[in-house]
Design a protein around this ligand. Structure first.
Ligand code: HGA
Length: 610
């Protein structure tokens, strides 16, 4: 969340900062701003509410130039969406600050700083950083030590970049809880909250670690750890292929990403499964030894990743013969939980920076888990670095705020984890072989599922005037129904709820009428007959249903029920395949409703605040 970009160069950096913000806009898009130090050491600030394009227009109308600058695209946590609350924030027209995260003790700091004579011109927590640094500067007159002292006063999470008009030629950056990456150039250096922002100017990165403070000038980068000692951090060469401007001919990133699923799932499988077996080393060098001992799995995740974890619980208990719990990270981290013997902690996050998931992992380190494993899409992210084992999904950069390909690649990884644990835990060679064969069919079956696109585009018209909807599933399709409901609410703003269909008569049946479409994800297994009874319960109450089902499930379309035939697949991979039509449905409903599909209101990608 919140995009940060900064540059210290010889050339004019305004366009670099703007391009960086465009690339990060999916992380926050309610307002944007830049602060530029020009060659005469004048500090210029331009801020606008709305998209980065508003800022670009303002800069075109009134150009500024300068070789040092910081920029920000905001997803407000403290203070409304106004120009005054947009970053950068200033203190005494001297210190300029951009910030990602939350300063939790900002009210106390604000009181203290106000008593010291500082005037606040915004409602944000961020402005306390600017004034606190200015206050420290009155003591030391050295920006690095002022920031090092100031950050000790902050509770909460921050990735922050600070500029001082009286100390030009450098920026100071500090990281605690919110990611920051330094981009190394030749005679110029950069900083951003995500490497994607800097790909047009460099491919060499230093990922800052927790508590790091760094001084960045044109020719030098010095990093200090939380004790203040100077440290060397590894320089990483990025191989990410990404052109943020490239929707490859699709109208939205989300549609492009939906259609990429056969390829990215293939990439996720490639080199990791043989014809009949799985290479356990894909989870890490010590994986075989660790996975052989696992008797319980505790999964922690948020949002869409939580739904992939829920699906995995069905798989792990049924096929890998281990018990499994799953919990939302923001709940897990604030309660006392029981740790089962030989327990593996699995965290799932697309970005690897999800604040609650990361906090849960850190908390769990002292709780006695045997080992931790992250399922993640971003190499080098905090979650990957801080886990004992990691499985990298190969989804590539996901720009649409509503997650699609990250979800199906997570499911692919979790099914591979089921195989890897199961083969040490009573899964027969036959079962393993069957699971691996099903995995091999995934890319082609996903391709086939995408051919439903036109049919679903037409179907979407029936939803566009609806305000509520109900999604039903059973067994491992229940989390898929939950994910379907989440997609629909995220991008079309239609209220959508998911229920395990056995729960219908315990409450939600009361909602059924002709204005409440019911979307049913039908399994083709021993639960099918049970689900058919649930369908009849809805029909008897005048409900209108849309059933996604295998044609062998023998559902017939009629006045109250529309059946969409999903390709016949092995049941183990059905949750992954049935995800596709539900993604397409929410996409086309959102398009008809004219919402901002890639950047839905009030949301942002990579949830780095609590
Ligand atoms: N708390 C700051 C920054 C918000 C943020 O990091 N969002 O992701 C603000 O509200 O401006």
């Amino acid at each position: 969340m919140c995009g940060i970009v900064g540059a210290v160069a010889e050339r004019n950096v305004v366009e670099i900062l703007l391009e960086g913000l465009r690339r990060l806009e999916y992380r926050g898009y309610d307002s944007a701003g830049v602060a530029i130090l020009d060659d005469n050491n004048h500090l210029h600030r331009v801020r606008k509410t709305g998209k980065v394009q508003e800022l670009a227009n303002a800069l075109e109308a009134n150009p500024v130039r300068g070789s040092i600058g910081i920029a920000h695209t905001r997803w407000a946590t403290h203070g409304g969406v106004t120009e005054a609350n947009a970053h950068p924030h200033f203190s005494a027209e001297r210190v300029a600050v951009v910030h990602n995260g939350i300063i939790e003790n900002y009210q106390n700091l604000r009181r203290e700083l106000t008593a010291d004579g500082y005037h606040f011109s915004s409602d944000t927590d961020t402005e306390t950083i600017a004034h606190q640094v200015d206050k420290e500067l009155q003591q030391t007159n050295d920006l690095l030590s002022a920031v090092q002292t100031a950050v000790k006063k902050f509770d909460g999470a921050y990735g922050t970049v600070v500029m001082d008009k009286q100390d030009p030629g450098k920026v100071i950056v500090a990281r605690s809880g919110s990611p920051l990456v330094i981009g190394l150039g030749i005679g110029e250096n950069f900083i951003a909250s995500d490497q994607l922002a800097l790909l047009p100017v460099t491919r060499r990165f230093i990922f800052l670690e927790e508590g790091d403070v760094a001084e960045i000038s044109r020719t030098k980068v010095s990093v200090y750890d939380q004790t203040g000692a100077q440290v060397q951090r590894k320089v990483i060469e990025s191989d990410i292929q990404h052109d943020a401007g490239d929707k490859a001919g699709y109208r939205h990133y989300m549609l492009k990403e939906i259609h990429e699923q056969p390829v990215v799932v293939r990439n996720t499988l490639q080199g990791r499964i043989s014809e009949h077996d799985i290479n356990t080393e894909v989870f890490g060098v010590k994986a075989d030894e660790i996975l052989a001992k696992v008797k319980h799995v505790q999964i922690i995740a948020c949002g869409t990743s939580y739904h992939s974890g829920m699906t995995a619980r069905y798989w792990l208990e049924q096929h890998a013969n281990v018990s499994c719990n799953i919990e939302i990270a923001s709940e897990f981290r604030y309660r006392k939980s029981y740790v089962h013997p030989n327990s593996l902690l699995v965290t799932i996050s697309q970005s690897g920076e999800t604040a609650d998931t990361l906090a849960a992992l850190r908390l769990a380190k002292d709780l006695g888990y045997m080992a931790s494993l992250s399922i993640c899409n971003v190499p080098g992210s905090s979650l990957v670095r801080e886990s004992d084992l990691a499985f990298m999904t190969m989804a590539g950069a996901e720009i649409g705020v509503a997650s699609t390909k990250a979800f199906t690649t997570q499911l692919t990884g979790l099914l591979m984890l089921t195989a890897a644990i199961g083969k040490h835990n009573g899964m027969s060679p036959n079962q393993l072989e069957k699971m691996i064969s099903a995995l091999h069919t995934l890319p082609a079956k996903l391709e086939e599922a995408l051919t439903l696109s036109q049919e679903i585009e037409l179907l979407a018209e029936e939803f566009a005037d609806k305000h509520h909807s109900l999604f039903l599933g059973r067994g491992d399709q229940y989390p898929i129904a939950m994910e379907g409901a989440l997609k629909l609410k995220e991008i079309s703003y239609i209220h959508a709820e998911a229920y395990a269909s056995g729960e219908l008569k315990h409450g939600p049946l009361a909602l059924i009428d002709e204005n409440m479409p019911v979307i049913v994800v039908a399994p083709n297994n021993e639960l099918l007959e049970k689900l058919k009874s649930n369908v009849e319960e809805v029909r008897a109450r005048g409900g209108i249903m849309y059933v996604f089902a295998d044609k062998d499930a023998n559902f017939q379309s009629d006045d109250t029920m529309r059946v969409i035939n999903v390709p016949h697949v092995d049941q183990i991979i059905a949750p992954i395949i049935y995800t596709i039509p539900l993604q397409l449905l929410s996409y086309y409903v959102a398009v008809i409703k004219g919402t901002d599909v890639d950047q839905p209101r009030n949301l942002a990608k990579s949830v780095t605040v609590e």
